[in-house]
Design a protein around this ligand. Structure first.
Ligand code: SF4
Length: 435
């Protein structure tokens, strides 16, 4: 009989994919710890005997990374370094039958909404009183707050509704309690996330409740920054713009994936919006919240996309001069609306188009950064790396946006708010000194 590697179980949670997946890992760790099961995230000490791989199944690259991570852990188990390997998250939710046949060494596979079932494997009970309590995987000064799960939209390229189900909003009271608990634990910045943030409340309260939620969260004492991610452009609730403008601790920042700008592509992608409507929305946003930082995400290489469509997208970027842009290459996902279309554009060509589009954005970003020379920005210190302090202004979200390289004579701590005068400006990042 194989002996256990450790007297007392210790669980390592490995999280892949997006911030929403990270929150799920944090919730799992909170439940395990509350059941006296020693749990860590991304354990570098390697002194654990059980692994939970929380996978991503969004696009090809992410799926590949998830499978490789599972295989790595399974090979450690074969070498007797691990007792159990469990897999959860989007990839498991979507392909568990096939994966279980291909990788039989995995002890159990779980879907995205099977936490209580997974806890049973640890002879642990799901503790409802713990809702909102989690072991943060982020540094202590910022945290994600997932305000809803799932999505009711039908974007043709997107497999998320297949893995996360339809939109389910969390109650306002529960979210406010969670924010208060996070602030008590030292969190200063909360990043609001969902698959589709702007749909918040339509299921639970039969009306859009994001403005109300934002005001309630902005009332939380000690919460310095509230940041909005994943807004959807169609039927955009303009009322949130007044709340962003009026409440000081809501960052002048909005992440709103638009995916494309050619009407032909927007229609084929089922984005329920036209270029003209997006133009009008962007103008309204900038009018109602002067100086707002607009982030968007785009897709290159959707089936049927022509160079003409790419040119139109580049023109759109030049017209609106977004502050932050991210881009993905199209991934042909079975079960999505676009899967019926022929994925005729070669991967290299998709990549070439993505780079061509980002070249336009790089110029825009460089130009915008030059305008910041000599300006002073309130900056949140994130970390010290290679002897340099790195931080972010309210116009920069974690991991996806720009950083400020900070020169300081005095010692700084992650979570410190300082004023930085910009002395150098690069394509994306800024550099400056504490004033
Ligand atoms: S809004 Fe569209 S892209 Fe976003 S999760 Fe929903 S279906 Fe996917």
């Amino acid at each position: 009989m194989k002996t256990k590697t450790l007297k007392k179980d210790k669980v390592n949670i490995i999280t892949l994919g997006c911030s929403k997946n990270m929150v799920d890992s944090e919730v799992l760790s909170g439940q395990l710890l509350a059941n006296n099961i020693d749990t860590v995230h991304e354990n570098t000490k390697k002194d654990h005997n059980i692994v939970v791989v929380n996978t991503c199944g969004f696009i090809d690259k992410a799926k590949e990374e998830s499978v490789n991570t599972i295989l790595e852990q399974v090979s450690l188990k074969k070498k007797g370094k691990l007792d159990k390997v469990y897999v959860t998250g989007c990839l498991s939710h979507r392909y568990r039958e096939d994966l279980a046949k291909e990788i039989p060494e995995v002890d159990a596979w779980f879907g995205t909404m099977e936490l209580p079932l997974m806890l049973k494997k640890f002879e642990a009970d799901y503790k409802t009183e713990l809702v909102g309590e989690r072991l943060l995987a982020t540094p202590g000064h910022y945290a994600y707050l997932k305000i809803a799960e799932g999505c009711n939209r039908t974007c043709a390229f997107c497999a998320i509704p297949l893995m996360r189900g339809s939109h389910v909003s969390r109650p306002v009271e529960e979210l406010v309690r969670e924010a208060e608990s996070l602030v008590r634990r030292g969190v200063k910045e909360i990043l609001l996330i969902a698959q589709e943030l702007t749909y918040y409340g339509l299921d639970l309260y039969k009306k859009r409740m994001l403005p109300e939620l934002l005001n309630r969260l902005a009332d939380v004492k000690g919460l310095e920054w509230i940041r909005l991610h994943y807004a959807y452009p169609s039927k955009f609730p303009l009322e949130i713009l007044d709340v962003i403008r009026e409440r000081d601790n809501i960052c002048n920042y909005l992440d709103m994936p638009l995916q494309h700008a050619s009407d032909r592509m927007l229609k084929a992608m089922r984005r329920q919006i036209t270029r003209a409507e997006m133009n009008e929305l962007i103008h309204t946003i900038r009018e109602r919240v002067p100086g707002i930082c607009l982030r968007t995400t785009l897709i290159a290489g959707f089936p049927g996309e022509t160079q003409e469509d790419v040119e139109e997208l580049k023109d759109f970027l030049r017209e609106h001069r977004f502050d932050r842009v991210g881009i993905f290459t199209y991934s042909h996902e079975e079960g999505t609306g676009a899967y019926e279309l022929e994925d005729t554009i070669p991967a290299e060509e998709k990549q070439r188009r993505a780079e061509e589009i980002m070249e336009v954005q790089q110029e825009i970003s460089y130009g915008k950064n030059q305008e910041k020379l000599g300006c002073v920005f309130r900056t949140l210190v994130d970390k010290k790396e290679a002897g340099r302090y790195l931080g972010r202004t309210e116009f920069d979200s974690v991991e996806v946006d720009n950083e400020v390289i900070i020169h300081s004579d005095r010692k700084l701590q992650p979570g410190d708010f300082i004023n930085v005068k910009i002395t150098k400006a690069y394509d994306y990042d800024l550099e400056g000194e504490v004033v």
